[in-house]
Design a protein around this ligand. Sequence first.
Ligand code: PEP
Ligand code: MG
Length: 575
Amino acid sequence: MRGIIAAPGMAMASAHLVSEPEINVRKREISDVLEELERLRCALAECSSQIEGIMDSMDGSVDPQTIEILDFQLLLLEDTDFIGEIDSIVTGQSINAEYAVKSASENYMSKLNNITDNDYLRERAADVADLSQRLIAVLSGVDMEIAEPDEPYIAIGRDIAVSRVAVLDRDKLKGIILESGGVTSHCVILSRSLGIPCMIRTQGILGLANQGDTILLDAVSGEVIINPDLVRVQAYNDYAHKEEAKKTMLKEYVNRKSMSLDGAEMKVYANITMSSEAENVVHQGGEGVGLFRSELLFMAQTVTPPSEETQYAEYSKTAKALGDRPLVIRTLDIGGDKLISYMDIGEEENPFLGYRAIRYCLDHPEIFKPQISAIMRAGADGNVWMMFPMITCVDELIKAKQFVEQVGLDLREKGIPYDPNIKIGMMMETPAAAMDATILAKEVDFFSIGTNDLAQYLFAADRANSKLSYLNSPFQPALLRIINRISKAAAEAGIEVDICGQAAEVEALTPIWLAMGITNLSVSIPCVTSVRKRICQLDKADCVGLLEVVLNLETADEVEKVLIRFAERNIIHDN
Ligand code: PEP
Ligand code: MG
């Protein structure tokens, strides 16, 4: 069967079908309304204590988002609108509490589901459905808990509710397969933070798999195989063996210094999109967050942008989870392919060349200022840095910095704690910025090279168009030459230069970044240790020689071949 890969990887274990208990809710007239309301009160109290019990039973490894959702369900049990509606259905129509809960939650969910342009909110409807299911089960005297198998398993369900996932044994849970589900559904977020594979929209799986069947979840090629044949099993065992050996070997690099054999340091940071990932960054040995993409917070809203308080809470939580490690928060990078309904960017012929990121923010102080304020306030709680996306010329940078100055004055006047010396940086994503790197370097504390966009704009090649991937290749010599130019300008100005685009995690290029004097590489969380291992195997002096050769090559193929040959020699040398 095929599905959509939501968290990559492979797993083989027995099927554990997680189905919702089927409770037939019938409408019943009641004679004693007060007695029914009392029955409802008792059920609400029982649900609260069940959810609190789930929270108490979770160990420290649980992700903060699970706690947030369970907290949301606890709040909903006390929400005067939601509970008031149930009460008034019972009272006004003299009908049973189960039916009233079902009606009130269906109303609530349909409001959330009608918000058609917001996946995040639509998926929160699942949390309401889960709560109402629990409430109805308690009212009907049905036990919600299901026995977990003793052996390792792959959980299979339609879209497994958070209160179910929260109690699953993390040691036995090897993968998740959902019939529905979206990329921001809770199971997906959880599987990513646990590092286990997950596939969604695997339609029909519940009808075909039986409890205890062997399931091969291949979230690399996007396939699920029920009761695989021996050839498949052997192929999986080989894969698992190699992965296990790799994981064990890479564990050694979690706490190692990111330093070459001859003592050159290049730190490894991670890229994240929400606070719940910060703990995993620390766990995997990330020395900081080099790119917090703040867009998701904005995309999760439907009508208005997230308030300053909401943003502050999220940034501050992330900063605190990272301790003294740097957290680079990028201000809103909207536009291009990332559209938000409540922001009126307007129809554009060429959105990637349009009114996006800093260009939009500079014209919209009502959006830009609260974000800057939230970032500066979070700076009082941790090691927070601020970064502007898509800066093309120095005027934009100066205007953005004026906002920072103004917001700082406002915060000081109001006596709100903030970091007055917050480090300010910019993404290097356009050829114009690279050409003027020397001028721009005078205005910032750091550059962070966004190789995804830099390649797109340098080669005039849409980064999402697979037919143009040869132009968006990280081995293109013109891209390497422009990055070299940027890093030289940074070195001359004495500022940091980081790489946070995809090319940062291409291990064949690690020697090139080391030779260029890149300060930090910011990569996806699973790549932190493997990139660090590569740095630890290198000798910077050799890499400088390699860089000289590479910068004089003419084609991407030549660059790739030279780098592969270097890696082979280097690895032999390392062994
Ligand atoms: C980049 O352009 O390389 C980058 C890191 O930013 P994004 O991928 O979010 O555009
Ligand atoms: Mg970019």
